[in-house]
Design a protein around this ligand. Structure first.
Ligand code: PGA
Length: 281
């Protein structure tokens, strides 16, 4: 067994024994991921980046922006001296070849991406992406040194029918059974489909319960899996981010609508900095 795996298992054990306090102290980096979806123009992108250049990134707050593909090169050019990271909203499972319309991990890496969102619910529902394809895409990202942010989440019907844990289990199983211990290099974003773009968010107890379920699944199915970062996404804004950040096992956010307005995005970062600026969740 590798040293890092042993360390991860020891941390897992301590986590289980001492509970969440250890998680808060050790896993204190907050990811603030901005998913722009199919929005913004090149002018708006430049303007946004100009206005975010004064963000002082602290060790424990990590902003990552996910613009549409055509603007990635602008990020590469304009963020060269910034510690804001960026990535793509999707990735092909192949590296190159006759796949019209696809963009590969090799190309994304060439454009300076260090992250890629995979399996967003909009891709699963509008473009028929299966959990198995999502796992293939995550593999393609890792192969190109890109960290995949793998999205999972249930629909309202599945939540109401109390089937959400089965759905999440299936989505997670597809990833862990295909990636094995490579899952440790991924980030998981829990995004209830019914909370995306609706202004409705689950109750804090529901977020905690679901994140705990995901955490426990990962802890028992991947050695060291208890350390995998879990993000929450779905109608996050500057009004609710503080409360959600306090929920156990939440170590960051995937933000859509509220990330399109630079003032809102900066406000969210400022709230998290004020709350956790000293490095402790
Ligand atoms: P939202 O989107 O913040 O607009 O709800 C989140 C997402 O889809 O990642």
């Amino acid at each position: 067994m590798e040293k890092s795996e042993i360390e991860a298992q020891v941390r897992d054990y301590i986590m289980k024994t001492l509970g969440n306090t250890v998680d808060k102290a050790q896993n204190s980096e907050f990811i603030v991921a901005a998913n722009w979806k199919m929005n913004m123009s090149s002018k708006e992108t430049v303007d946004f980046l100009y206005k975010t250049k004064d963000i002082q990134v602290t060790d424990n707050i990590k902003p990552i922006i996910f613009p549409p593909f055509p603007y990635l090169l602008l990020f590469q050019k304009l963020l060269r001296y910034s510690s804001i990271a960026y990535g793509s909203q999707d990735i092909a499972k192949e590296d190159n070849g006759a796949f019209t319309g696809e963009v590969s991990g090799r190309m994304l890496s060439d454009c300076g991406c260090s992250y890629a969102i995979v399996g967003h619910s909009e891709r699963r529902s509008y473009y028929g992406e299966t959990s198995e394809l999502v796992a293939e895409k995550a593999k393609a990202a890792l192969k190109n040194d890109i960290t995949p942010i793998i999205c999972i989440g249930e629909t309202l019907e599945e939540r109401r029918g109390n089937r959400y844990k089965q759905v999440l289990y299936h989505q997670l199983y597809a990833v862990t059974s295909s990636l094995g211990k490579e899952t440790l290099k991924c980030i998981i974003a829990y995004e209830p489909v019914w909370a995306i773009g609706t202004g409705v968010i689950p109750r804090m107890e529901e977020i905690e319960d679901t994140h705990r379920f995901i955490h426990e699944y990962l802890s028992s199915n991947v050695p060291g899996g208890g350390n995998i970062k879990l993000l929450y996404g779905g109608s996050v804004n500057e009004e609710n981010v503080r409360d959600i950040s306090k929920v156990a096992y939440v170590s960051g956010f995937l933000i859509g609508g509220a990330s399109l307005k630079v003032d809102k995005y900066k406000a969210i970062i400022d709230i998290l900095k004020a709350e956790y600026g000293n490095g402790h969740k």
